[in-house]
Write a protein that binds this ligand. Structure first.
Ligand code: ADP
Length: 185
């Protein structure tokens, strides 16, 4: 039975890191929309050129474009134990689209790990990370967008009884073993 997991949380909460840790050990497909978009920029595709300025300003890429990328990457037989989505969905419209896609391909979501972290901690983390879109101004934009458009998804997934709360203000390994324990139980 394949596993289909999702990581939800603010920018800097550690979604990518935890998803990566889990996927290396368990051979899941790790799909990070942020990573996929950055790759498009790096290899300078038409899509990459379309999204570059948006990403560097900290705004969200259009639902349509991101859905296309998600669909392309999920809708294949990956010969893996399952997949981990990270960075998608980021608003209610994306959540509804995801629901449709997963129904179509008959791969229902089993659990959503919500990585919870205080705002001041994540801002510090993002400033330390120093990615191109990690300037003080874009961080503020991203955190504001997160609060406004992504945070309501916590309740959305709670209502679907899919939400698992994770305290993300701890060291990497502790969080990782917490997640694994929750998956096993
Ligand atoms: P972080 O979680 O630190 O914000 P990500 O790598 O998840 O980093 O995302 C980086 C950027 O990629 C976002 O600020 C946004 O511009 C774009 N992006 C990623 N995922 C989505 C999405 N689901 N919808 C719209 N834009 C997205």
């Amino acid at each position: 039975m394949k596993k289909h997991l999702l990581f939800l949380g603010a920018p800097g909460a550690g979604k990518g890191t935890q998803a990566e840790l889990l996927s290396q050990n368990n051979s899941y497909l790790h799909l990070s929309t942020g990573e996929l978009l950055r790759k498009e920029i790096e290899i300078n595709t038409i899509l990459g050129r379309q999204v570059k300025d948006i990403i560097n300003s900290g705004e969200l890429v259009s639902d349509e474009l991101v859905l296309k990328i998600v669909r392309q990457n999920l809708d294949r037989d990956h010969n893996k134990k399952g997949w981990i989505l990270d960075g998608y969905p980021r608003n209610l419209s994306q959540a509804n689209s995801l629901n449709e896609v997963l129904n179509e391909i008959n791969q229902p979501l089993e659990v959503v790990f919500y990585l919870d972290i205080p705002e001041e901690v994540l801002i510090k983390r993002l400033l330390l990370r120093g990615r191109k879109d990690d300037t003080e101004e874009t961080i503020r934009t991203r955190v504001d967008i997160y609060k406004k458009t992504t945070e309501p998804l916590i309740q959305y997934f709670k209502d679907l009884s899919l939400l698992e709360y994770i305290d993300a203000d701890r060291d990497l390994k502790t969080i990782s073993s917490d997640i694994k324990q929750k998956m096993a139980g």
